[in-house]
Design a protein around this ligand. Structure first.
Ligand code: ZN
Length: 363
C-alpha cells in the first residue's frame, strides 16, 4: 500500500510499504477521508508544541516512520479475532487517546483517567496511508446522516464534547469563547445545546466571526477592532462571563494568540467563574496565580474523550444539533495531496481555513 512516512521534521515521503497484518481486537480499514490536526501539522514542520520531544525522539531513532492521522473516516475491510462491534463495510471514526487496559485505573473502570495507553498517530500508525490497522476500542460506527468529510471531524468534536462536559455549564450561564478555530466553534455549538445562556465569541478573523454568528453565537467580537475583555464585561453586566473557554493560545508564527489569551480569559471571567484551557502552548510561561486565588477562579483542563463522548458526538452531528459542514473549507483529492493539507492546516489564518484541510483518499 501507499503510505506517507516521516524521515525527519519537514521530510515527508510517499512510500510503498506492505499492508499491515490484522491482529486480535483490531480491524483492517480503508481510509476514506483524513485530516491532520493542528498539533500534527505543527509537529510535522518541527514547531514546538504538545509531544514535540517524543516525536523528535521517534524520528531520531525509528525513521522512516508512519506518524499522525488520528482524525479520519474509514471503511472496515476485515475484522480480527475478538472484534464484536463491527463488520466489514462499516464506516467508523475514532477517538485518539486510548486506555492501557492493564493499570489500576483501567482495572477499576476509570480508564478515562489512564494516560498509559497509546495515542493513534503517535504510538500507533494513523491514517495517512491507503489502509490502517485500528484497535476496536477506539472506534464508533458513523451514522448514515453524517458524510465522510464530517465524520473525519468527529475525533476533534469528541474532544470538544469532553471539554464542554468539564465546564459543567449550568442552564443560562453566560459563556465566552476566546478563539473561533475549529475547536472553539465546536465547543461553542456544543455549549449552546448543553444549556448555555448568552454566548460571546472572539476571534481576529472576520470570516471566523461571521461563521461563529451563523452557527449560534449571540455576539462575535473581532479583537482587532474592539477590546474583547471590555466587550465581554459590557455584555455580562460588568462582572464578566460565568465561563470562559480559552481556545486561542499557541504559537504566533501559526497565527495563534501566544499566551495573551490566558490573561484575557482571567480578566473576562467573573469572580468564582471557570476558565477552560483548551489551547496547547508548547513551552512554559509565567502566570500570576494570585490573581486566580484572589478571585476564586477555577482554571480547568478538559478530560480526554471516552467512547461515550464519541458516541454522543455522533448523535450531535447526525441530528444536526452541531453543524460541521460550513467549517470544512478545504478538501483535497488524492493521497499525494497530504503534504499540502499539512501546510494549509499549519497556516490556517493565511489560507482562510477554519477546519484542518482534509484529504479524500478513496470513495
Ligand atoms: Zn490504564
Amino acid at each position: 500500500m501507499k503510505a506517507w512516512r516521516f524521515y525527519g521534521f519537514g521530510d515527508l515521503r510517499l512510500d510503498e510499504i506492505p499492508t499491515p497484518q490484522l491482529r486480535p481486537r483490531h480491524v483492517l480499514a480503508q481510509v476514506l477521508v483524513v485530516q491532520p490536526s493542528v498539533t500534527e501539522a505543527q509537529l510535522a514542520a518541527g514547531v514546538r508544541t504538545l509531544a514535540y520531544e517524543r516525536i523528535k525522539k521517534r524520528l531520531e531513532t525509528e525513521a522512516p516512520v508512519q506518524l499522525f492521522g488520528h482524525e479520519f473516516c474509514v471503511r472496515i475491510v476485515e475484522v480480527g479475532p475478538g472484534v464484536t462491534r463491527f463488520k466489514p463495510g462499516d464506516r467508523v471514526a475514532a477517538r485518539a487517546k486510548l486506555p492501557c487496559e492493564f493499570c489500576p485505573l483501567c482495572d477499576s473502570g476509570r480508564g478515562h483517567l489512564c494516560r498509559k495507553g497509546p495515542i493513534i498517530g503517535f504510538q500507533l500508525p494513523g491514517c495517512f496511508s491507503e489502509y490502517a490497522i485500528l484497535p476496536e476500542n477506539a472506534l464508533t460506527l458513523v451514522d448514515d446522516r453524517i458524510s465522510d468529510n464530517e465524520a473525519a471531524c468527529l475525533q476533534s468534536l469528541s474532544d470538544s464534547v469532553a471539554s464542554v462536559e468539564t465546564a459543567e455549564i449550568k442552564v443560562g450561564d453566560s459563556v465566552a469563547f476566546l478563539g473561533q478555530g475549529s475547536m472553539g466553534i465546536e465547543c461553542m455549538q456544543i455549549a449552546k445545546v448543553s444549556g448555555a445562556g448568552k454566548i460571546i465569541t472572539v476571534d481576529v478573523r472576520d470570516e471566523a466571526c461571521k461563521l461563529s454568528k451563523q452557527l449560534g453565537a449571540d455576539y462575535a467580537i473581532n479583537a482587532t477592532r474592539e477590546d474583547p475583555v471590555a466587550a465581554i464585561r459590557d455584555l455580562t453586566g460588568g462582572n464578566g462571563a460565568d465561563i470562559v473557554f480559552e481556545c486561542a493560545g499557541g504559537s504566533p508564527t501559526q497565527g495563534l494568540a501566544g499566551t495573551g489569551s490566558v490573561s484575557q480569559a482571567i480578566d473576562a471571567v467573573r469572580s468564582g467563574g471557570k476558565i477552560i484551557g483548551v489551547s496547547w502552548f508548547g513551552s512554559p510561561f509565567e502566570l500570576d496565580v494570585d490573581l486566580l486565588r484572589e478571585r476564586s477562579l477555577r482554571y480547568l483542563f478538559p478530560d480526554i474523550s471516552t467512547l461515550e463522548h464519541l458516541q454522543h458526538t455522533v448523535s450531535l452531528a447526525a441530528s444536526g444539533r452541531v453543524n460541521m459542514k460550513p467549517m470544512i473549507t478545504h478538501v483535497l483529492d488524492g493521497i499525494e495531496n497530504v503534504p499540502k493539507a499539512f501546510e494549509i492546516t499549519a497556516n490556517k489564518g493565511k489560507f482562510q481555513a477554519i477546519n484542518p484541510a482534509q484529504v479524500r483518499m478513496a470513495e
